[in-house]
Design a protein around this ligand. Sequence first.
Ligand SMILES: *Cc1c(COP(=O)(O)O)cnc(C)c1O
Length: 422
Amino acid sequence: MTASSVTPRSAADVAALGAIPRIPFALPCIGEQEIESVVATLRSGWLTTGPKTKVFEEAFAQAVGARHALAVNSGTAALHLALEALGVEADDLVLVPTWTFTATAEVVRYLGAHPVFVDVDAATLNVDVAKLEERIIALKREGGGKLKAMMPVHVGGQACEMDHIVRLACSHGLAIVEDAAHAFPTTVNSASVTERAPRSRMVGSVGHATAFSFYATKTIATGEGGMVTTEDDKMAERIRLMRLHGVSKDAWSRRASPLPPWYYEVLAPGFKYNLTDIASALGLVQLQRQPALVARRTAIAKRYSAAFSGHPAIEPPVLRRPEDVCAWHLYVLRLNPDRLTIDRDQFTRELDARGVGCSVHFIPLHLQPYWRDRYRLTQEMFPVASREFTRVVSLPIYPDMTDGMVDRVIEVVTEVASKCRR
Ligand SMILES: *Cc1c(COP(=O)(O)O)cnc(C)c1O
């Protein structure tokens, strides 16, 4: 039997397409509640940043246990504003793992600063904390006065070793901006930069600032959108200012103020990074549904891992602390090249030919032309990321996947792995 060539856009399409439709790599999980919420906002007459965004921010801050949550129009904007508010400027250095999306490093360049790339841990694909520490010590020895911050990325929704990273930040006077684009909701047992005692916390209440993404494929989707969380009142004030043109108050609070409604002051050359109420209306419903959505993603991950463990040619992802909540934005399968007659690229083509969408997260930044050439990066400088890149495949994992769809992915993956076994 061959898979349908039609790509469904929703779970309903998948059902309508018959026995073996294509299983897309990602689908947003948008229900009637989200649609009603957006329609109500459209009818309210307030489309841009306003009352819905304020409610979304308050609900998000509460969900992660952060003092401030500031809504912005992308995860990239969230990362940029966090670094800007920390005072990162031209020629500063910021530690970035090579295993991430280019947005993490590009925001460093927006400010004229330079990323210093670090290799990752083979088990989790998160930044290798021992190599991070080595790098910090080496830069300090070279008089690294310009080293300002580090940007741990919680790959796939599994938290980095934050307790270690917080200790490094405190002892070396560095700031932590977490890239939590994959990590809502995620928990970690750690100290925070404001509270020394380790305990179980939500990602979003650990570092100096944390950036979330609400891009269409992420665990909370508003199409495009993001959020910065922080405990720091000064940083929150700066981010609030810079996300909307450096204008002293946004349109909504301007309305509530005793000053004339047309009055505003420009205090800095800010950015146009505010989130619309249309997006916040969507985000609020997605936030309320998170317990059920993460439960479904976790169940899919368990079903995959149970089916794949024990197969000599493939390895399920490793959770460092299974008792923590993992957001399961990605399910990254590892291939065992010694046990397969085909390479990763051929493996993904085999899945695609059988109607299973897949992807690769990530092409490490040291392999991307801009970063490689600008900073003279070689594969030998990042042995773990260079090796792991050749054997990762991201499988579909989203709440609207039915058990039938999950089983079909399992069937196809094990069929290809067995057929091409060495
Ligand atoms: C998606 C993503 C971003 C960027 O988020 P946008 O909302 O698309 O700007 C940043 N970092 C990582 C690791 C991501 O996956």
